[in-house]
Design a protein around this ligand. Structure first.
Ligand code: IPD
Ligand code: CA
Ligand code: CA
Length: 261
């Protein structure tokens, strides 16, 4: 099934590249976009899953959760973000990807993040490690926040959350560098392969995180919510790291305005 996920992620990524610069864009919300490419990529992935695994459930960003024929529930659920980094994509900023994960009885079994711009395929299977273009990847060994490059993202309702910048400011003061790349799935994959040492965001959805979470776990990193509990991908607050700077990142998230605890 990992090969199947890799294959459809590659196919969907190719489709995104074909539409790049030419996709029609519509607004879902004030600043929340959807492009023709999101929809085309999602349709392609769903069609492939339907024909190979017709009994499996699907949770996809643009079409929501599919109810199976006959109202039956499946133990298997594909969790799909057909284009993560839509705003980047719409502006021609080359940081976007396809994210596909497979859950069995609530446990993540497979995760694939494909960046078609760099032709980078991140893939993981529970218990079998994580790879980038077939080479094993591991999280970084940076063990101090002030030597770490961390990353974050801003959810679409950021304008209704004036406090979002507090954590950003506090991390800017505490870490060596902070990035905001606009594709949570790529950010998580980059933690898995050691390019980033940590990542946090409040406002994510399961399709943003499912594949990346398994990549980090299989690359021996750590993924929790902001309260240090194991992450439930159906909740919004995500903190992940190489494990070594996790507590320091949590401490920053607890600081609040003006660096006060
Ligand atoms: C978004 C990106 C972004 C993150 C947002 C997500 P989309 O997903 O992952 O980096 O900050 O919270 O919604 O809309 O580009 O698929
Ligand atoms: Ca997304
Ligand atoms: Ca998306």
């Amino acid at each position: 099934m990992l090969n199947f996920a890799v294959q459809i992620a590659r196919e969907a990524g190719g489709l995104l590249m074909q539409h790049l610069g030419a996709a029609k864009i519509t607004n879902k919300g004030d600043i929340d976009l959807v492009t023709e490419a999101d929809v085309a990529s999602e349709n392609l992935i769903i069609e492939r899953i339907r024909s190979y695994y017709p009994q499996h459930g699907i949770l996809a960003e643009e079409s929501g959760e599919a109810v199976l024929v006959g109202g039956k529930r499946s133990d298997w659920k594909w969790i799909i973000d057909p284009l993560d980094g839509t705003t980047n994509y719409a502006h021609g900023y080359p940081c976007f990807c396809v994210s596909i994960a497979l859950e069995h009885e609530g446990v993540l079994e497979i995760g694939v993040v494909y960046d078609p711009v760099r032709d980078e395929m991140f893939a993981a299977e529970r218990g079998k490690g994580a790879t980038l273009n077939s080479r094993t990847i591991r999280v970084s060994e940076v063990d101090e926040l002030n030597k770490a490059m961390v990353c974050t993202g801003f959810p679409y309702n950021v304008r209704e959350r004036p406090n979002f910048a507090v954590d950003f400011t506090n991390f800017t003061m505490a870490a060596q560098a902070v990035r905001r790349d606009g594709s949570a799935a790529i950010d998580l994959a980059y933690v898995a392969c050691g390019r980033f040492d940590g990542f946090w965001e409040d406002g994510l959805n399961p399709w943003d995180t499912a594949a990346g979470v398994l990549l980090i776990q299989e690359a021996r990193g750590r993924v929790t919510n902001f309260d240090d509990q194991p992450l439930d991908i159906y909740t919004a607050k995500v903190l992940c790291s190489n494990g070594l700077i996790h507590d320091a990142m949590r401490a920053v998230l607890r600081q609040g305005p003006y660096g006060r605890l």
